[in-house]
Design a protein around this ligand. Structure first.
Ligand code: F6R
Length: 369
């Protein structure tokens, strides 16, 4: 059942190219447009949507944070992302033109379920992004877009996360397509790129040996920090969450722009800091800013672990360790940038003798509040 792997988590990390491909399957037609028949909300209603609210917990929440960048860019509809456990107690403002997206692997997470019930009571439409057929969250939603990651057994979410990203991109691009925003041409180009993402994830998986060796060498560290900007920021949060839950280490993710507002005080000699670097093509301002952040922390002694695109030479002088990922449009980069962080956390946990598939104190689906 573990298919020759020592842990389900390793198997599930390896299954990601297939999970991504299966989640795209049948959703891009021959002309390169999206067909989301499952989205049982009419195009007319989608055109009237004036606000999107994403609710989720944990790793699914990080997928939602990334989705916000994609949705607002491609659809120009304001999008909020909120932890389901906070949302429902906040008396949120929702109405009939609000589209709520509830993201959940299990489809049984109590906080997310309560948030969507609350949203529907207020008259909002709810679309679930879910990996479990017939589970409660999709049953109680107006529509569901299933992720096709297959069963995820390891408690720490990996392949489900990547497919949640794919589903979020599909919804964002579909809304962009239906509403005909000025990004029409870009949307077509991105759909083509999205169609190639499974191959890119495969390429990343083939180059993970140095990441494993690096993880083993850090097994006695107490803290690891993660920095990112734009969509790299939620990726940093996800890298830190994986490390906490699997390696039981103190780990924190920061928006790199926030360094000067406090976190830079944490930097000390030999502290490992993982930095997710956006593509130097496209939004080059973002890229240049993060390169100076890397310089700043390295000047203060940090051991920099840099995740950067193939061909990005600007980071080389400041990277103590360099992890390469394939060229990918910035908004889609989390699909490839997250994978090394999963491998890193899994290997570090193993090196520390932890039970990878069943971390202490955690359950796969959280059906209590
Ligand atoms: C972390 C992890 C959890 C879940 C969270 C939501 O690796 O697995 O943070 O992402 O409990 O679970 P679902 O997606 O089932 O609602």
């Amino acid at each position: 059942e573990k298919g020759g792997y020592d842990y389900f988590m390793l198997k599930e990390i390896a299954e990601q190219p297939k999970a991504v491909a299966d989640t795209l399957l049948g959703r891009i037609d021959a002309s390169g447009s999206l067909t989301l028949d499952e989205l049982r909300i009419s195009d007319a209603e989608l055109r009237e949507t004036d606000k999107i609210v994403i609710v989720a917990c944990g790793t699914a929440f990080h997928a939602g944070l990334i989705a916000k960048y994609a949705i607002e860019h491609w659809t120009r509809i304001p999008c909020e992302v909120e932890l389901a456990s906070e949302f429902r107690y906040r008396d949120p403002i929702l109405h009939q033109r609000t589209l709520v997206i509830a993201i959940s692997q299990s489809g049984e997470t109590m906080d997310t379920l309560m948030a969507l019930r609350h949203a529907r009571e207020q008259g909002a439409k709810v679309v679930a992004i879910c990996n479990t057929n017939g589970s409660t969250i999709p049953r109680e939603s107006d529509a569901v877009l299933y992720t096709h990651a297959g069963p995820e057994v390891a408690v720490a979410s990996t392949k489900a996360f990547l497919t949640q990203l794919v589903a979020c991109y599909l919804v964002a691009l579909y809304l962009g397509q239906v509403r005909g925003t000025k990004w029409g041409d870009e949307i077509h180009a991105v759909i083509r790129e999205l169609a190639r993402s499974a191959e890119k994830v495969e390429l990343v998986l083939e180059t993970m040996e140095p990441v494993r060796a690096l993880a083993r060498s850090l097994a006695d560290k107490k803290t690891v920090l993660f920095l990112g900007r734009h969509v790299g920021y939620p990726v940093a949060l996800e890298g830190a969450l994986k490390l906490k839950e699997l390696a039981y280490m103190h780990a924190e993710g920061f928006a790199a722009g926030e360094l000067k507002h406090g976190p830079i005080a944490l930097i000390e000699e030999d502290l490992p800091v993982v930095v997710v670097v956006p593509s130097p093509r496209g939004r080059s301002v973002l890229h240049d800013k993060i390169v100076s952040n890397i310089q700043e922390i390295r000047a203060r002694g940090a051991r920099t672990i840099v995740i950067a695109e193939e061909g990005d030479e600007a980071v080389v002088p400041y990277a103590d360790h360099l992890i390469r990922i394939p060229e990918t449009p910035t908004l889609l980069q989390p699909l490839v940038a997250t994978v090394p962080l999963q491998v890193f956390a899994c290997e570090l946990a193993t090196a520390r003798g932890n039970e990878v598939d069943q971390p202490r104190n955690l359950a796969k689906s959280v059906t209590v509040e």
